[in-house]
Design a protein around this ligand. Structure first.
Ligand SMILES: CC(C)(COP(=O)(O)OP(=O)(O)OC[C@H]1O[C@@H](n2cnc3c(N)ncnc32)[C@H](O)[C@@H]1OP(=O)(O)O)[C@@H](O)C(=O)NCCC(=O)NCCS
Length: 166
């Protein structure tokens, strides 16, 4: 099994489109804005998301964000986001890093490996310490974070706040 991260590109094609249609639009707070788009709309969204990679500083409350695809043996099976900066709002909800694995590929340890790859990649983005804000019911994601050296800072009525030193 070969795992590889690829950065979102305006040139991404049908395989990434199919992944984005199979990942829910909102699952445990992980947002996939491309779910439900037509293929042409997806191509526009790719261009918009690629521009966010180049953004400097906070623009209209939005921080720069890099989206990655996790490929297993040449097939995209995961979507991950690394936010380069934190705002007050993201410190409460959102954090630096988010990930989702194709439902049919879950439970094989790929989530843990995906977060390790994203954390390693985040060093190049100078994102610093990484915050995950995980809903309390989302035990798989909490286990993924803890398996990657995550330290629980606090637990509120809604969320676990877990920090990772990449
Ligand atoms: C979170 C997610 C990425 C995990 O992906 P995955 O490939 O299944 O993860 P792994 O196989 O590496 O590990 C999952 C861990 O959760 C555990 N797990 C799975 N289902 C579980 C459940 N229902 N209850 C408790 N633990 C569970 C697994 O046993 C494993 O932990 P362990 O190896 O320590 O026993 C995946 O569930 C997902 O995409 N969820 C939807 C999006 C999401 O919630 N993203 C996180 C937002 S913060």
């Amino acid at each position: 099994m070969e795992l590889e991260l690829k950065k979102l590109s305006p040139e991404d094609g049908r395989d990434v489109y199919d992944l984005l249609q199979a990942l829910p639009a909102d699952e445990n707070g992980f947002m996939n804005p491309a779910n439900g788009l037509s293929y042409d709309q997806y191509r526009d969204w790719l261009r918009f998301a690629a521009a966010c990679l180049e953004q400097v500083g906070v623009v209209d409350g939005k921080v720069p964000e890099t989206i990655f695809w996790l490929y297993e043996d040449g097939r995209p099976i995961g979507m991950g986001k690394v936010r380069h900066l934190m705002t007050e709002a993201l410190l409460e909800k959102g954090g630096n890093i988010g990930y989702a694995i194709l439902p049919s590929a879950r439970g094989r340890g790929l989530g843990k490996k995906f977060l390790a790859l994203l954390a390693s990649e985040s060093k190049q983005l100078h994102a610093g310490r990484l915050l995950l804000t995980i809903q309390n019911h989302n035990q798989p994601s909490i286990r993924v974070a803890l398996a990657n050296g995550g330290r629980i800072e606090r637990v509120t009525a809604d969320r676990h706040y877990i920090w990772i030193d990449p």
